[in-house]
Design a protein around this ligand. Structure first.
Ligand SMILES: *Cc1c(COP(=O)(O)O)cnc(C)c1O
Length: 360
């Protein structure tokens, strides 16, 4: 049994995906071919935002978002300490200072109460300018945007939604990818909507940000490709990846339901024996991961392994514990909830074709 069975998905969609790739090979427009534009339109429709700009990966999508918001030296950007490294990395990469925030015990997402505490701390220290928040839809569950937005508005902060794991989720029908001033996602193969290589996208309703990102992803181009009006990067989604994603996106609503059915079955089997994931009223998860919490993690993981069920730990190390962020001067105990989660969580196999692979 595999942790994520990408081969089963390919078998299911093979004829459609092969045909789409074949069309790209025929027309030969490998960079910014017609499939890229078509995918951007379909993604905008799916999420319910005005503008989608695809790019090379989810990390670049976050970088492009920070660039569009003009984040740089002297700025504080708030993000959860319990997340994937890229969320915090891009802040430092842009020369700004990551300010970490503790997690909510039940949802694993950024804690809005601690967020406000951290903003106030930065303000009272008076060294950095609070500029933006990157909230993460961890393991597929949208962050608590109603509360996060209140903090963002109160302190005049920009909000970025890192929906790399949450793409496909929603809160009362409003889809992940539509919550921030700018949202980003990743099409890394293991994400809920993945391609067959690297890929990413930026979502916004703001015309000005959209235009900036369109320029920034192609070397800061002006009206003409060889008229460069700002410093940008080379971050485009390959046409072949767009072609694959078009077929995967068409199947995605069905896959989301299958992921939710699998999560329900896990819940029925495991609730009581473990602390199973909590999905608040009105929230819908895309189940990037199905994550249990146990004080005896290693023991339980060994037991699953004996039954032929692979498990993984996302994440063992919080951002404030990472070697690369030692210069920020955090110490153990600074984020008690996140640290406890990092010590206790482990994830079970999760993908839309779980039922058929359980039968094998
Ligand atoms: C995967 C991931 C990213 C980065 O995406 P890449 O496409 O791998 O660069 C960023 N944030 C989160 C929360 C992720 O899970």
């Amino acid at each position: 049994m595999q942790f994520i069975d990408l081969a089963a998905q390919y078998q299911h969609l093979k004829s459609k995906i092969d045909a789409r790739i074949g069309q790209v090979l025929q027309h030969g427009q490998y960079i910014m071919g017609p499939e890229v534009r078509e995918l951007e339109e379909k993604l905008a429709e799916f999420v319910g935002v005005k503008h989608v700009i695809t790019c090379a990966n989810g990390t670049d999508a976050l970088t492009l978002a920070l660039m569009a918001l003009d984040v740089g030296e002297g700025d504080a950007v708030f993000c959860p300490t319990f997340t994937f490294f890229a969320t915090a990395e891009v802040i430092a990469y842009e020369g700004a200072t990551p300010v970490f925030v503790d997690s909510d015990e039940d949802t694993f997402n950024i804690c809005p109460l601690d967020l406000e505490r951290q903003v106030q701390k930065v303000l009272s220290e008076g060294e950095l300018q609070p500029k933006a928040i990157i909230a993460v839809d961890l393991f597929g569950l949208p962050a608590n945007y109603p509360e996060i937005k209140k903090v963002a508005e109160k302190y005049n902060l920009k909000l970025i939604e890192d929906a790399a794991q949450g793409f496909g989720g929603n809160i009362n029908g409003q889809r992940a990818g539509s919550f921030g001033d700018i949202a980003t996602t990743s099409f890394f193969p293991a994400k809920p909507l993945g391609c067959y290589g690297d890929g990413g996208a930026i979502f916004t309703n703001n015309e000005q940000y959209a235009e900036l990102v369109r320029s920034l992803r192609v070397h800061g181009k002006g009206t003409d490709k060889y008229d460069n009006v700002r410093i940008g990067m080379n971050s485009r989604l390959d046409t072949i990846q767009a072609a694959i994603l078009l077929e995967k996106l068409a199947e995605f609503p069905i896959e989301l339901e299958k992921r939710n059915l699998a999560a329900q079955q896990y819940h029925n089997e495991l609730n009581g024996k473990y602390k199973t994931p909590i999905v608040p009223e009105g929230y819908y998860s895309s189940w990037a991961q199905y994550t249990l919490v146990s004080e005896h993690r290693e023991e339980h993981m060994a037991k699953f392994k004996q039954q032929g069920i692979p498990t993984m730990v996302y994440y063992r190390t919080c951002m404030h514990q990472q070697t690369a962020f030692q210069y920020l001067g955090y110490k153990p105990g600074d984020f008690p909830v996140a640290e406890r989660l990092a010590d206790r969580v482990f994830s079970l196999p999760m993908h839309p074709y779980l039922e058929s692979s359980l039968k094998e």
